[in-house]
Design a protein around this ligand. Sequence first.
Ligand code: NDP
Ligand code: PYC
Length: 344
Amino acid sequence: MSETVALTVANLHERVEAIFRKAGLNSVQAGAITRVIVAAERDNCKSHGIYRIEGALRTIKAAKVAPDAVPELLAQDAAAIVRVDAKGGFANPAFELGLPALAERARSSGIAALAINNAVHFSALWVEVEALAGEGLAGLAMCPSYATVAPTGGNSPLLGTNPFAFGWPRREQPPYVFDSATSVPARGEIELHRRAGKQLPEGWAIDSDGRPTTDPVAALAGAMLSFGGDKGSAIGTMIELLAGAMIGDLTSPEALDLLGTTTLFPRHGELVIALSPGAFAAGRPGSPFSRAETLFEATVGQGARLPSQRRFSARAKSERDGISLSRQEVAQLDRFLEQGLGAV
Ligand code: NDP
Ligand code: PYC
């Protein structure tokens, strides 16, 4: 018997949404987090795919997310700032609510920002910059997390794994998108190594005494390291400032203090910036879109790949052949659906 099962994207969506509805989420919350989880699984981004369902269920069971939250678009004085209060629900429905206003203001002013407050966050950010690229806009998205990363030169958790994503629209092709944690890998990768009984590559983490470790259990109890040493640490700090302090929401150490554990999903904010390349380039020589294509062609021409090319290939395969899941993964989905919050 085959070790894997192929589910259509629609079938996986139906199962995941049913799990979250059974767990008590309203349709706004369940719909939005199902879209982001299924998109990650479809694109073979395992660290933010169906593996995250268990954490979401635990967070719901612990009453650390508002299951019936309906995000609210707030009136703002500054025309370029759109603010959405997630009302203690997940960040994803708040982003979906804010997206049309963000895109409309970026088109009319050239630049606009969406500040999301009071959100529970666990997801990949590429989904959001890809949505902006779908509107013809370049985008930047970033958020803190909870303190799990030591600043370079330090020895204990302070920064979050603070993801940072960028998207650029392309006319005849999927957008140019990158999306990275500012730690070496995302924390989800360390947890996946632990579950698979695999050692970590060197340079990912230190143990609780500040010594380098390749043991995922020691790494989870210790601290993760920033990508690129002091450079990643500085970008992680920038994200704490812009998407934490500046938008009046929690930084990663504050988010950990509030939650008291890294086994549930943290509450904090998110900042998304949308830019209109056409507006910025107005009156200057050349089309920004054609010049971007020249750069991408030169990159690929050297044998390099563009970030997200792997994802788009995985997406095409999933849409053609179905999403390949292990039998254990399918059994776990069945268990979540049958037992609801009793399964975690
Ligand atoms: P990866 O290290 O897997 O990938 C980072 C980026 O680099 C991707 O855009 C990837 O594209 C690209 N890339 C990888 N290899 C190459 C290559 N050879 N050439 C060109 N580009 C390449 O991601 P991370 O582990 O850092 O992060 C995974 C996810 O975790 C992200 O989506 C992030 O948003 C999420 N996250 C969320 C957090 C939260 O608090 N919500 C916290 C931390 C992370 P490709 O995908 O095509 O390989
Ligand atoms: O993978 O680092 C991570 C992460 C933290 C919160 C959500 N994802």
